[in-house]
Design a protein around this ligand. Sequence first.
Ligand code: NDP
Ligand code: GDR
Length: 343
Amino acid sequence: MTKRALITGITGQDGSYLAELLLGKGYEVHGLIRRASTFNTSRIDHLYQDPHVDGTKLFLHYGDQSDGARLVSLMYEIAPDEVYNLAAQSHVRVSFDEPEHTADTTGTGTVRLLEAVRAAGIRPRFYQASSSELYGATPPPQDEDTPFYPRSPYAAAKLYSYWITKNYREAYDMFAVNGILFNHESPRRGETFVTRKITRAVAAIKAGKQDLLYMGNLDAVRDWGYAAEYVEGMWRMLQADEPEDFVLATGVGITVRDFLQISFEHAGLDWEKHVRFDERYLRPTEVDALIGDPAKAAKKLDWVPTVDGRELARLMVEADVEALTHEGTPWHDEVRLASWGTA
Ligand code: NDP
Ligand code: GDR
């Protein structure tokens, strides 16, 4: 029997890798997309299949995390075996500008989706995209037992989603799990997250199209991994015998300054000549250091990442230099998944 998955946030970084992974495993994949005045499907255009042709496996549906009635009718229509809730206003800095909108989509959106599952009377396995931002001010190393201390409207909204997912597991015996994922990046990363902002700037400076890069706090420590490996972990969580929450991380933390230095050096540039400070990129409350302990995922899911922040910086610089050379977007990066044997 072909398995059917519904992915909210399919047009985002993780959604695109997850759709590729599931299609590769023979799933029928349904994705929720938002209507926009410009196309927002560039990360999944290479997966598009003509719905008029027999054997189509990818289907896109208009919908929004703020529209509960639509989510209910989609659950009836699709009756998925697995639901991956990746949709969110996912930018921490932006959440300080739009706290209410962030609460509505990143927080309440999750309970709308869970209620839609109940209203449709179906029993899919449910994955919630929880975040290392939940730990916030609690110092590293962080694992599944570390107390949460959110430091932004985004993290507070994700905290609600974390607990409501756990509550539906306990209250309704649903197979509903939280993946507590530390930062994960790729050539498909949104352009305003710090890694991609840096690697795009390196490519532009190298090409003589830009001179300066304005940045915020360079002292923050993050545990950066490779998104393509993290979606494999999401899928493994839903294949487990029991519904449990898992941390996915590399266990290696480096500073934003380190990431800058490695990225510029990889292109033969001196970062200190090009980087300037701009307080606009500071957050009212910062998360100083996140370094995860992925031991539980290694033990129970056999999930062991192979790319850490340093290698990721080089991988992303190369992709952005290549993209600029060909004046294209690097959506079609060859996924480097040696350890999973899928590419
Ligand atoms: P992106 O920002 O790249 O993608 C977010 C997705 O959510 C996009 O498809 C976006 O659609 C969609 N979306 C936003 N608002 C709505 C809405 N109101 N209704 C429906 N869809 C909406 O995020 P990532 O792929 O990086 O992350 C995926 C998930 O994992 C997010 O929930 C994020 O918070 C979480 N997370 C991410 C981590 C990371 O390091 N990447 C770490 C931990 C958690 P559109 O394209 O139209 O904007
Ligand atoms: P983060 O990612 O907030 O960790 O959330 P981001 O890349 O935005 O910031 C990482 C760190 O870099 C510092 N920083 C800057 N950040 C941005 N965006 N722009 C800058 O110019 C800049 N200068 C310094 C930040 O202050 C911060 O400390 C990401 C998102 O994907 C969330 O959705 C996810 O839940 C978490 O990762 C885990």
